[in-house]
Design a protein. Structure first.
Length: 301
């Protein structure tokens, strides 16, 4: 049996703007999805959702990965089992993590010798097949780990502060939110265009600040980024309430992470303030995950 794991991720800057070619900064976080694979006579995929064969309703990403390996290898049967610490559909990269961990596990089992770049590229193609459209961000960051600037694929220094995530547990469709931003951009191109390019500029400024470990300034920029995400219509009252709770209890900064409209927010905080920030988000009604940045991308365990 082979076990592979891959991390989740948060956006420090740049979601939505990255869809328009603007830079974003993403950070792999130390919550992981583990995929075990073992030779078998037929294909079975097991997770908390149940046990299936190739099944695009229950296990779309893993099914697409299996079909991919059937094209490039002699794969006929395999038993795949998934366990995840990453909340599903919440903007923390759960689909990228399960996709990338499955690709790496099948690669190791079948000896297809994929380079990490191939793993990330295959993962992106699988996400595009299942979601219709997806940026390369999630699949690249969860393959490589660390703090990464996209689309440049530039590695930045690992951030050394607390990361506190607040989950609204409100489902939001990335596809719909991306479409809403596109519609707003078509209606008001002279207004929304500069907002998106301003978000991109935050990533450029953020790069230097992350590498200088100036988390006070990183936090200030995250707060500005949050204001602009609200401006393009991807906020909601719960996300606002959690971000203010985090800021008022000593976080450096807080913002939505991912598509918004629900899902999660992220705060960065001095290590000694993490418990207070976590408690404040919980009191505001959020499900809290306290984590840290990780430079460990996909790996065989
Ligand atoms: C979703 O996690 C992030 C978006 O920028 C979409 C994408 O990058 O594919 C909203």
């Amino acid at each position: 049996m082979i076990i592979c794991s891959a991390p989740g991720k948060v956006y420090l800057f740049g979601e939505h703007a990255v869809v328009y070619g603007e830079p974003a900064i993403c950070c792999a976080v130390d919550i992981r999805t583990r995929v075990s694979v073992a030779p078998a006579d037929s294909i079975t995929i097991s997770s908390s959702l149940g046990t299936t064969g190739i099944d695009f309703e229950t296990h779309p990403y893993v099914s697409a990965v299996v079909e991919r390996f059937q094209d490039i290898s002699s794969l006929e049967g395999v038993s795949i089992s998934i366990e995840s610490e990453i909340p599903v559909g919440s903007g923390l990269g759960s689909s990228a993590a399960v996709t990338i961990a499955t690709i790496k596990a099948l690669d190791a089992l079948l000896g297809t010798d994929l380079e990490l770049d191939d793993v990330a590229r295959t993962g992106h193609e699988v996400e595009q097949r299942i979601q219709g459209a997806a940026s390369q961000t999630d699949t690249y960051v969860c393959t490589m780990g660390g703090v990464v600037m996209i689309p440049q694929r530039k590695g930045l220094d690992l951030i050394d502060c607390g990361i506190v995530i607040g989950n609204t547990n409100i489902f939001s469709s990335t596809k719909e939110l991306v479409a809403n931003v596109a519609e707003l951009n078509e209606s008001f191109p002279d207004v929304i265009g500069p907002v998106l390019s301003s978000i991109g500029k935050m990533s450029v400024t953020g790069e230097e600040l992350v590498n200088a470990k100036d988390y006070v300034s990183v936090g200030k920029l995250m707060n500005i980024n949050q204001g602009l995400l609200d401006a393009i219509g991807v906020g909601c009252s719960e996300l606002s309430s959690f971000t203010y709770a985090a800021r008022n209890s000593g976080a450096y900064g807080a913002k939505i992470t991912g598509a918004g409209g629900g899902g999660c927010m992220v705060a960065i905080a001095p290590h000694e303030r993490v418990d207070g920030v976590a408690a404040a988000i919980a009191i505001a009604g959020g499900e809290v995950v306290v984590t840290k940045a990780t430079d460990i991308g996909v790996r065989v365990e």
